[in-house]
Design a protein around this ligand. Structure first.
Ligand code: THG
Length: 373
């Protein structure tokens, strides 16, 4: 089917503070994420992948919106929204926190940052967590306000990111721990600089704290990055499949729980906090997860660079689950996918069939991330 339609850029979906800069840089495709346009490609995915693996790339990820919980009960609210134990979370640090509903279904997987003793921000994936947090706070009669602050992450990712950002911000950024952050400024642009980002290639996220200064921040990083061959990019489809990074709602369905998604190490069933989903998660842990998020290696010709579909997977003619993102990996020279399939199929080692848009491919399951024993 040939497609000749576009998507209207109306005001109902928001523009990032970096929107104009991304257009100038040649963005070719947007998606929407948290009701905001988010670039996904600049037209050459292979070059964008290469820049991320070997150099440095800058990504407009302002659509990873912040939800601010502020007030005397802010940290208590943070404890209710996640099964992760937050006892040791200190000011200036972040944590990756799965969030579940009362059935134990994974509904988001943000990074939580402790901004102060009475303020926490979650940097959310694509679902409406501001409503969720506020409803919970109201229902529990908590003394906390839930708002969306003027804070928009610009990710700088790749092996040359550390040198570049220390040129720009100072050598202190080299000492930041993973998920550590500091509030600072760059030529009058207020920023929160964090060691984080949705790739396994290392780097930072510069949270712009004044939405009027997006182009100024973009230009500053682009200019300083020239010496490192920086270019625009986006959360990279191929690298994320290789690394097995989870994209909630793309990889999950209305039943997927954190144990199935390989997040068991983040779940504390024994802490005193009565967080949302605790009873359900205890039951799931006792029964053992029904499915497993795993890698799949497929045979046949190289896949086209993006195959953003859900493909059914069968074993012995029976449906066992679905692949949610697939790509040809240049590093592994293999066709790979991430998939959510029955634990039995994942552990069988036996051949499966992936029903791709380009025909049936034979496949075997493997652990994530790819390329790691
Ligand atoms: N950065 C920021 N906000 C975000 C994302 C981000 N919001 C949406 C989305 N990404 C949330 N999901 C993730 C998924 C994985 C990670 C961070 C956010 C991540 N994982 C590390 C890993 O898998 O190696 C570390 C996990 C750990 O061990 O704690 O970084 O990227 N601002």
């Amino acid at each position: 089917m040939s497609q000749s339609f576009g998507i209207a850029l109306g005001p109902r979906i928001r523009k990032s503070p970096f929107f104009n800069s991304t257009v100038k840089a040649g963005v070719s495709h947007f998606t929407t994420y948290n009701h905001m346009y988010m670039p996904v490609s600049y037209g050459d995915l292979a070059a964008e992948y290469d820049r991320l693996i070997n150099g440095v790339a800058m990504w407009d990820v302002a659509a990873e919106r912040q939800v601010c919980m502020k007030g005397p009960d802010a940290i208590e609210l943070a404890r209710l929204i996640t099964p992760r134990n937050l006892d040791k979370l200190v000011y200036g640090m972040g944590r990756y926190i799965p969030m579940c509903n009362s059935r134990g279904t994974l509904i988001n997987d943000p990074v939580l940052q402790k901004i102060s003793e009475d303020e926490g921000w979650i940097s959310i994936a694509d679902s409406d967590m501001k409503f969720w947090c506020e409803a919970l706070a109201v229902g529990k009669g908590m003394n906390v306000t839930v708002t969306e602050p003027d804070a928009s992450p610009l990710a700088v990712q790749g092996p040359k990111a550390v040198d570049l950002i220390s040129d720009v911000m100072g050598d202190w950024v080299r000492e930041l721990k993973y998920f550590g952050f500091k509030q600072t400024e760059l030529n009058g642009i207020p920023l929160l600089v964090a060691r984080s980002g949705w790739s396994k290639q290392g780097g930072y996220e510069l949270y712009l704290l004044d939405g009027a200064k997006g182009d100024q921040l973009w230009d500053s990083i682009a200019e300083a990055g020239e010496a490192y061959g920086i270019g625009p990019g986006a959360p990279n489809y191929i690298e994320r499949v290789e690394s097995g990074l989870i994209s909630v709602n793309a990889d999950t369905d209305d039943d997927a729980n954190p144990f199935e998604m390989g997040m068991g190490k983040f779940i504390d069933l024994d802490q005193d906090v009565d967080y949302v989903g605790k009873a359900a998660l205890k039951q799931i842990a006792a029964d053992g997860p029904a499915r497993k998020f795993c890698g799949v290696v497929m045979d046949g010709d190289k896949l086209a660079s993006t195959n953003a579909h859900r493909w059914d997977i069968e074993q012995n003619g029976r449906y066992v689950g679905f692949a949610s993102a697939a790509a040809y990996s240049p590093r592994l020279d293999q066709n790979i996918a991430v998939a959510l399939i029955t634990t039995e199929a994942a552990e069988s080692g036996a051949e499966m069939q992936v029903m791709t848009d380009h025909g049936v491919r034979n496949a075997v399951a493997t652990s994530l991330p790819f390329g790691k024993k």
